[in-house]
Design a protein around this ligand. Structure first.
Ligand code: T5A
Length: 208
């Protein structure tokens, strides 16, 4: 039986990593094996690409170069991690996927959307996700959460607020275009209430 690919998306600090962990624990409590992974950085090669993409203070990365590096990370991730786990029937909870490229490189960097769609197609080799949770929170609130967590800002977090607002707008447009497929979660709510919504949705759509 083919597994399920569940994607968690949103702006910086939207709370997706927290919810992936809670969802994985909940699935395991039901006896369902769940694999947790992420982009960029879900493979050994991806870890190196993630460092190149997110470290600060190094050479400027041109927007098209950035796009190609995210695509390279995804191509490796799909082949090495996503396809094999899905083929063995597992639930895969993935922190970011093609929607991040549309939101960040498309809306954030204003790169050509046709080019992005073509690259997403090449990188995924036709693999599609089963469900997407979009954690909708104001970009400023998300960045504030990241600052409060004490983590040092990475190269993308250091972008100006206008960039993050365009990314947030991009997610809004995606959710409007694919309402049956992208589930909007009000990410300003408490962690517990958000987790309950995820469990309710997964119980209805996937498990039963
Ligand atoms: N990127 C990625 C692209 O540009 N293009 C691409 O194609 C791809 C795949 C990846 C970066 O790469 C870019 C986007 C990103 O900039 P990342 O690891 O996904 O980086 O980075 P973040 O988005 O910053 O993810 P984080 O894991 O750092 O943050 P999360 O997952 O959004 O948030 P989380 O769960 O770690 O929570 C952040 C803080 O908020 C608190 C948490 O306790 C934590 O302190 N929090 C809440 N506080 C109040 N209420 C809630 N409901 C809360 N939920 C969590």
């Amino acid at each position: 039986m083919q597994g399920k690919l569940i994607i968690f998306e949103g702006v910086e600090g939207c709370g997706k990593t927290t919810q992936i962990q809670l969802t994985s624990q909940w699935l395991q409590s039901l006896g369902i094996e769940a694999v947790v992974t992420r982009e960029p950085g879900g493979t050994e090669l991806g870890v190196d690409l993630r460092r190149l993409l997110l470290e600060t203070g190094k050479n400027h990365i041109a927007s098209r170069t950035e796009l190609l590096l995210y695509a390279a990370d995804r191509a490796q991730h799909v082949e090495q991690e996503l396809k094999p786990n899905l083929a063995s029937g597992k639930f895969v909870l993935c922190d970011r996927f093609i929607y991040s490229t549309i939101a960040y490189q498309g809306y954030g960097r204003s790169l050509d959307m046709d080019l992005i769609n073509q690259l997403n197609q090449i990188a995924t080799a036709g693999l599609v996700s089963d469900l997407v949770f979009w954690f909708d929170v104001d970009a400023e609130i998300g960045l504030q959460r990241k600052r409060s967590s004490g983590e040092i800002a990475d190269r993308i977090e250091e972008e100006k607020i206008d960039f993050h607002k365009r990314v947030q707008q991009g997610y809004g447009e995606l959710a409007k275009t694919y309402p049956e497929f992208i589930i909007r979660i009000d990410a300003s709510l408490s962690k517990e209430s958000i987790q309950q919504q995820i469990q309710d949705k997964l119980s209805k759509v996937i498990i039963n």
